[in-house]
Design a protein around this ligand. Sequence first.
Ligand SMILES: [Mn+2]
Length: 497
Amino acid sequence: MNFKTPTSHLILFHMAIGWAVCLSLFAAESELKSDLVKRRHAMMEKIGNRGMLILFSGDRRTYSRDVNYEFRQESNLYYLTGIRQHGITLVLMPGNSSRREILFLPDRSANKELWTGKMLSVAEAAEISGIRNVWSASEFEPFIDSVFYGRPYRTSRYSTTTEYRDFFSGLRQGKAEVFLLLESRPGLTGKLSKEYEFSDRLRKRFTGLQIKDASSFFHQLRVIKSPYEISQLREAIDVTVQAHLEAMKNIRSDMWEYEIEALIEYTFKKSSSYSAFPSIVASGLNATTLHYQSSQKQIHDGELLLMDVGAEHNYYAADITRTVPVNGKFSKQQAQIYQLVLDAQRAALAIIRPGLPISSVHQKAVEIIRKGLFKMDLITSEEGTQYRVFFPHGTRHFLGLDTHDVGQSERLQSGMVITVEPGIYVREDSLDRLLERGVTAKQLDTIRRSIEKYKSIGVRIEDDVLVTDEGYELLSKQLPREITEIEALMANNENSR
Ligand SMILES: [Mn+2]
């Protein structure tokens, strides 16, 4: 091998690239930081001067015995702090003068760092979040004790005149409001969430306060995405498009579902992303199970393969579904169902614009699918709910920090990001479910024949969409959806027909 000294041009070139990468990372970081300040400001407007918001870090979840799942910060807390470390608590007190934002941070410990890695210092947490008051997590309880008894905490007698004043006057009048995330009710485990336990404790110990749920504030704020958030979603979507392409180009019969899943998740991981939700890679009959996750079946010639996957990049999730023929060519029946789903998606996309009632997106897809199912003799009435046997789910959800992102709005607005994902699933048991929906015994024979013709065909097409002032932008447009496009892409696969 012949080693040459790089020329100075080459060195300069590499330096330039290095700088460009550094600068773009730096730009994203500072964009996030200014977003965080704005988000907390908007939240404080909603909480009001007599209010206090308390957000706890998410719990660690057990995978098995003393092994935990990888930790992911609670989305709302991340939304306001940008901090991913476990154990932090955020307090917002909009009525205060200099302590409007307080972050409680676990003290660094050499022993913990030995096991689980470096913990944030006070300076680092302040730098990431832009919050100036970063206090030890051990001060949270003393802070609560003091403030809810109407005693200023960590403040001189002099500064008391303004600090805590509004909150304390609220307490005296019984009008202080404490906002917690109380949306999710205790689950089947019977274990109360941290928030419910905390609110019980507050109610027992203190008077003069009203405990309220902060969830709807977050739903209102998070539903509109900032330019920074849209840029992160674009990255998550681009990675997901790459993963789908990688899968589509490598599918051949007799592979296993988990092999395709591995290709997809490999593409996520090498782009510094991971799965935002358990990947659905479902062939044949499995494609008619909406949330099939086990990926343990061998893929056969003649089947469809449904892939519903999404990368999470920098905490933002993508969610894209494609359904493709294993042998590279749709059969006549597969193409009929596929085209109907695609037509429904196209029609639903076409009406997207600011001001549209959100429910219209689903209604539009239903309208098209109903007509098509009726023509195919899979349902006996275009009225009523028979279509739900084959199209049992909604057509859209919000996308953001959570795959099924929160959002509160009657109408579409510019800056919202949604999925559009109609689907049709024909199963043998579809027949039984149709009987429950008014199909008579007389009509059953016709339907039975149609179900026989289309059975085990499951198709979902899902794309990610940004609502813009002009209408919409299809963020996942780089990924083929048309039958001809998919067949062309897969034409070079090993066993394509
Ligand atoms: Mn989805």
